[in-house]
Design a protein around this ligand. Structure first.
Ligand code: ZN
Length: 136
């Protein structure tokens, strides 16, 4: 699960487990321009708690939660609603609801779908579908 391009500002963000170093604490991944891209927290090498990712503009792109770390096999799995935000960082265009990493219901698309191709609409000020080019 290690993705080597994650960077962390503190040396206390890794711990030794079974003779290998694993992520522990808050980790941040950055866009090429230096703006934060992903902020996540690890406990003993597995994701735990809040996860956020950001658009290149710096605005919020995704927010979700991982199961609280309790040393169980369900730890590190997605839990609850994961909200995908439009480029404005405020409008939710997709919600995926998880329980222990498995979807518990159909994904929700608050902005609806393109009437021509059926792709989810991702932006409130959408004038042209990026999927098929149809104007709204
Ligand atoms: Zn379309």
């Amino acid at each position: 699960m290690a993705s080597g391009f994650l960077t962390s500002p503190t040396a206390t963000s890794v711990v030794k487990a079974d003779s290998t170093w694993v992520k522990d604490g808050k980790w941040t991944q950055y866009h090429k321009d230096g703006k934060r891209k992903v902020v996540g927290t690890f406990k003993n090498g597995v994701y735990t708690g809040k996860y956020m990712s950001y658009h290149e503009s710096g605005k919020k792109g995704l927010e979700g939660m991982y199961n609280k770390f309790q040393g169980k096999s369900s730890d590190g799995t997605k839990d609850g609603p994961w909200k995908y935000y439009s480029e404005d960082g405020k409008t939710i265009w997709r919600i995926i609801t998880y329980k222990r990493g498995a979807r518990t219901r159909e994904d929700e698309f608050p902005l609806g779908h393109c009437h021509a191709c059926g792709n989810a609409v991702k932006s409130p000020e959408h004038v042209k579908c990026p999927g098929c080019g149809t104007g709204y």
